[in-house]
Design a protein around this ligand. Structure first.
Ligand SMILES: [Mg+2]
Length: 273
């Protein structure tokens, strides 16, 4: 574990990524919020910059690209809107490939999540700026727009209510409380599943992410992969390289797409709104 500010800049490993990408042996995994797009006041407002989408489209024509997000699968797929990309929603519980291959983990706990959502609802409703996001395989309580001490008070309530549901796990992130099935599965397991079942053997695996849920993926890649932390919002990280912000990620992806000579295949049409 390292302090983010001590990490070397990821530009250092760009040549390795370019070399792997040229032979189609790069597996590029990307978180969405805070990595591909800046954190905005409401998750509905997050839009993928067209330049970033163009870089991803070019890279996906050349090599394996997956977006791994806490958002619902349908949401993340619509927001990125590229046909040639793998999508892993709900922190990796719900995975779908461009060829229609699908893996769903923890579906049996969807009802218990609904019960917990109903318990949380009145508390969230009376907290200024807070809202409850109901997703297919998880819930999220957002307090980005909630002043203190209301945010801390709501956090205590979320902890208390979640503790009554041992089959549901609470993960506290930046101004967000994620509640998801307490199955032994996370972004790291999703990345490992894709590496074992989808990605060509011997590929260089790279994960870019900014938040606590990305640490599981960094851990999976700690051996021979490359973990890149975006920003320095975490006290300690398993990532070994760093990019300062989402603009640096955009430049990094543009250079990678350019330097590996990736062309748009013409099949990867953007379908986003
Ligand atoms: Mg993120």
């Amino acid at each position: 574990m390292s302090a983010p500010r001590e990490l070397p800049c990821a530009e250092e490993v760009l040549p390795r990524l370019v070399a792997a990408c040229r032979t189609g042996r790069l597996a590029l995994f990307l978180d969405f919020d805070g990595t591909l797009t800046p954190i905005v006041a409401h998750p509905d407002l997050a839009r993928l910059d067209p330049a970033v989408a163009a870089s991803l489209e070019r890279l996906a024509a050349r090599t394996f690209v997956a977006v791994v997000s806490g958002r619902d699968l349908a949401d993340i797929r619509a927001r990125v809107g590229l046909a040639g990309v793998w999508y892993a929603g709900s922190h990796g519980l719900d995975i779908e490939g461009p060829d229609g291959r699908r893996l769903v983990v923890g579906e049996e706990l969807a009802h218990e999540l609904e019960v917990l959502a109903a318990e949380l609802e009145p508390h969230v409703a009376r907290t200024p700026g807070a809202w409850l996001e109901r997703k297919r395989l998880s819930l999220a309580v957002h307090v980005r727009a909630t002043p203190e001490p209301a945010a801390t008070a709501l956090g205590r309530t979320v902890h208390l209510l979640a503790a009554r549901h041992p089959r549901i796990r609470l993960l506290e992130g930046k101004k967000i409380f994620d509640l998801k099935p307490a199955v032994d599965w996370h972004k790291g397991r999703a990345v490992r599943w894709m590496l074992e079942h989808v990605v060509p053997a011997g590929a260089l695996a790279v994960f870019l992410g900014d938040d606590v849920t990305d640490e599981d993926a960094f851990a999976v890649l700690a051996g021979d992969g490359i973990g890149i932390l975006v920003g320095d919002g975490r006290p300690r990280t398993r990532a070994r390289w760093r990019l300062p912000d989402t603009r640096a990620v955009a430049r990094f992806l543009a250079r990678l797409a350019r330097d590996c000579g990736a062309q748009i295949s013409g099949t990867g049409e953007r379908t986003a709104r």
